[in-house]
Design a protein around this ligand. Structure first.
Ligand SMILES: [Fe+2]
Ligand SMILES: [Fe+2]
Length: 314
């Protein structure tokens, strides 16, 4: 891909094609970083024996590239019949989240909602930063759930997928913030169960628009003073500068996500008879706020939100 972008910059007219040249330059910055990371990862993980064991696969990739005339399709294609491998059967999306061996006990829903600790006046801000790192780490289930919405929602304009993918990456960053915070404090988070029942239940029991409505409901519920602002204030009061920084960006991201949800969920509700029921079920004005969350505007039905732990508030 790097070679393709470099070739485009070299071959094109820098005046006529200036916007594309500019995009290619910025893309190359990131692609070079990816290449550097990949080379170092390969150095750590691959020895000659493993390289030998992968020889057939690597040859197949080379053959595919040659048959396509390179990644940019500019080189002359080498005609060779290449049997399909994984794509010989149509891809079927698997809604069940998969995690690596660091995550234990994924069905353990017995972990108390962190909010009980976070909002208690009995505890000092510093230990609360650990609970917030846990909350951030648990956000790994948001990309697990958002990926299913994006995969199963077809035919939307490009902007839909752009916004949703940006948000998915934000949520992955939030999860990594928790991991980094624990690493800084020398806490082995792999000893703590991080359950995936929220993403599993939403992925397998709700339609994509219902899943998105649940996410939107949760995120708009974070906007009052008792939500993201409170977490940032606790982090700042704790003296843990990293926690303060992470909560600041986490808060800002969630403001954006609530806006994205407000727009896309309303747009996504179909205009059919069933949609009126869905609108009533998913987005009904509700004067009764759920415990500890002061929300304005719209609430999904409690049953929809309460598919998992009570008090799942992010
Ligand atoms: Fe988040
Ligand atoms: Fe979010």
């Amino acid at each position: 891909m790097i070679a393709s972008l470099q070739r485009h910059i070299q071959d094109t007219n820098p005046l006529a094609d200036a916007p594309t040249v500019r995009l290619c330059k910025f893309a190359l910055l990131e692609l070079n970083e990816i290449q550097d990371y990949g080379a170092r990862a390969v150095e750590c993980l691959i020895d000659p024996a493993k390289r030998q064991a992968s020889a057939e696969w690597l040859q197949l990739l080379d053959d595919c590239l040659k048959a396509a005339g390179g990644l940019d399709g500019v080189s002359e294609a080498v005609l060779k019949s290449i049997p399909r491998q994984h794509s010989s059967k149509p891809y079927v999306y698997d809604k069940t989240p998969k995690r690596d061996e660091r995550f234990q006990d994924p069905y353990n829903a017995g972990v108390k909602p962190p909010e009980a600790f976070l909002y208690s006046e009995k505890y000092l801000p510093k230990p609360k930063t650990l609970m917030m790192y846990y909350k951030r780490l648990r956000e790994i289930d948001v990309p697990e759930m958002m990926s299913s919405i994006i995969t199963e929602t077809k035919g939307k304009p490009w902007g839909y997928y752009l916004d949703m993918t940006r948000q998915l990456w934000d949520e992955a960053r939030h999860g990594m913030m928790g991991e980094v915070g624990f690493a800084k404090d020398n806490v082995d988070w792999t000893k703590i169960p991080v359950n995936f029942t929220w993403s599993l239940n939403l992925n397998t029991q709700l339609t994509p628009i219902e899943r998105h409505a649940v996410l939107y409901f949760i995120e708009q519920g974070l906007m009052p003073k008792t939500g993201k602002r409170f977490e940032w204030e606790v982090a700042v009061a704790s003296g843990d500068a990293l926690s303060g920084l992470f909560q600041d960006y986490d808060w800002a991201d969630e403001v954006l996500h609530a806006k994205i949800g407000a727009r896309l969920v309303r747009q996504g509700l179909p205009n059919s008879q069933g949609s009126h029921r869905l609108r009533r079920q998913v987005l009904v004005p509700n004067p009764q706020p759920l415990p500890r969350v002061q929300t304005k505007g719209f609430h999904p039905t409690p049953q929809l939100v309460a598919r998992d732990l009570p008090g799942r508030l992010r």
